[in-house]
Ligand binder design. Structure first.
Ligand SMILES: [Cu+2]
Length: 179
């Protein structure tokens, strides 16, 4: 019985789709570039008047959408795997690491620090790597902020303590565009 050979067009389409998706929806952001890390001030701050044309962040208020972002322990000294921790150090990640929001749509992000004994932080940079805000995420806390992005584009966020792996991206879509 003759076997059906897969259509070469089909394989091509899958590769094209994968390339397109990897460009649009990276599963993991790159490490914070040096320009961003230089701006990792010792103090925490929210966006001020200088950033208000790009992003508004409020500690509370009305939102049209709500997303929970958790800090997940991938490999830690308490639970291992020991060999992984020995090789990589303790490894954490933001879950989800990729978020899509709409321009001018107030979106509440609530950060759950799930670790009982580890601090994390959240540093957000605009598409030109200018840091817009920097806040701490204490162990076993929930921190909510309402974000309103005023400019479409790809923003990056980082935990400055756990670089390079604890990073993510926020894609701000133009208001009328469906993802
Ligand atoms: Cu961290």
């Amino acid at each position: 019985m003759a076997k059906r050979r897969p259509s070469p067009l089909c394989g091509c389409s899958i590769v094209l789709l994968a390339v397109t998706l990897s460009g649009l929806c990276p599963l993991r952001a790159d490490a914070a570039p040096p320009k961003v890390m230089k701006q990792a001030a010792k103090h925490y701050f929210l966006p001020g008047p200088a950033q208000s044309h790009t992003l508004t962040v409020m500690a509370g208020g009305q939102a049209e959408n709500a997303i929970i972002v958790m800090t997940e322990a991938v490999a830690v000294k308490e639970t291992g795997p020991k060999q992984t921790v020995a090789k990589f150090g303790e490894v954490y990640e933001f879950v989800p690491p990729f978020i899509a929001v709409r321009e001018n749509q107030p979106t509440e992000l609530t950060f759950w620090n799930l670790q009982p004994d580890d601090d994390h932080d959240f540093m957000l940079a605009d598409p030109d790597s200018n840091v817009l805000m920097y806040v701490d995420l204490k162990p076993l806390t929930r921190n909510s902020y309402v974000f309103t992005f005023h400019k479409p584009g790809l923003y990056s966020f980082y935990c400055a303590i756990h670089q390079p792996e604890m990073s993510g991206q926020i894609l701000v879509l133009p208001r009328g565009e469906k993802p």
